[in-house]
Design a protein around this ligand. Structure first.
Ligand code: NAP
Length: 250
């Protein structure tokens, strides 16, 4: 049982909610972590309604004290977390000449500092258990994307973090991988359409025309990949970046 406790950050909605729900279905007790614990109620209900175990945890992943308290609470109430999915994310898109200090700091803070703080806190339990799985949410934007200097930098940085932690933690039975989604239908991509002034329907059909499999992605596409990477049988896969983008984007 100690090897079946997972924390998914940013799990109140979108991709994080789908991953948490999938892991709950796969038998993990899931800490559903997001900024606002009340916002996690829907994800928790989806897991417990299907017979699983879930705990809503409110924390800002970019704040050390909140991360430390959240991970300690999960360990006390569910048991030592051995699976961590660093999914929490925000967008503050702007071309470089309009990008503010705050646009930069907040995006780097949530994605990069957040994944660092969460990984540092959880690896204590993983190394003690001599077993663990970390999955970081990168993006195809890591290859560069107009208007996303902050986000692309953070998502590329997460790939470096992934490979480095894979090297450091491998001998403790801990694997560390990244998933780099392409366009996934969530509030985040809906907000991008709104910012560009196009309807979400037009935005989605425009994007899907350029995707080899002929459709945009769904949160469940990412969740299925995460489910494999956190499984015991994926123990020889580490330091990898898996593109879940409907095509060979890399
Ligand atoms: P989303 O719908 O915007 O959900 C993100 C969640 O993260 C929200 O519940 C948000 O809470 C939470 N969050 C934000 N800042 C946080 C913080 N400091 N601490 C804790 N939780 C925080 O986004 P999504 O589309 O599901 O994306 C999930 C991840 O996949 C992100 O890392 C994103 O960059 C990545 N990704 C998404 C796509 C895509 O096409 N959607 C593609 C590639 C990569 P609030 O609601 O309170 O803000």
């Amino acid at each position: 049982m100690t090897q079946r406790i997972a924390i998914v950050t940013g799990a109140a909605r979108g991709i994080g909610a789908a991953i948490a729900t999938r892991l709950g279905r796969d038998g993990f007790a899931v800490a559903v972590l997001d900024l606002d614990a009340d916002a996690c109620a829907g994800t928790v209900a989806a897991i417990t309604g299907a017979g699983g175990t879930a705990l809503a945890v409110g924390a800002d992943v970019a704040v050390t004290e909140q991360v430390e308290a959240a991970v300690a609470r999960v360990a006390a109430e569910l048991g030592p977390p051995t699976v961590l999915v660093n999914n929490a994310g925000i967008l503050r898109d702007n071309l470089i000449f309009k990008m503010t200090d705050d646009d930069w700091d907040s995006v780097i803070g949530v994605h990069l500092r957040g994944a660092f703080l969460m990984s540092r806190a959880v690896q204590r339990h993983q190394t003690e258990q001599r077993y663990g799985r970390i999955v970081n949410l990168s993006s195809t934007s890591a290859q560069g994307n107009r208007g996303q200097a902050n986000y692309a930098t953070a998502k590329a940085g997460l790939q470096g973090l992934t490979k480095t932690l894979a090297i450091e933690l491998g001998k403790f039975g801990v694997t560390v991988n990244a998933i780099a989604p392409g366009f996934i239908e969530t509030d985040m991509t809906a907000a991008t359409a709104a910012r560009l002034g196009v309807s979400f329907e037009d935005f989605k059909s425009g994007v899907s025309a350029a995707i080899p499999v002929g459709r945009i992605g769904q949160p469940e596409d990412v969740a299925a990949t995460a489910a494999f990477l956190v499984s015991a049988e994926a123990g020889f896969v580490t330091g990898q970046v898996i593109y879940v983008s409907g095509g060979p984007a890399d």
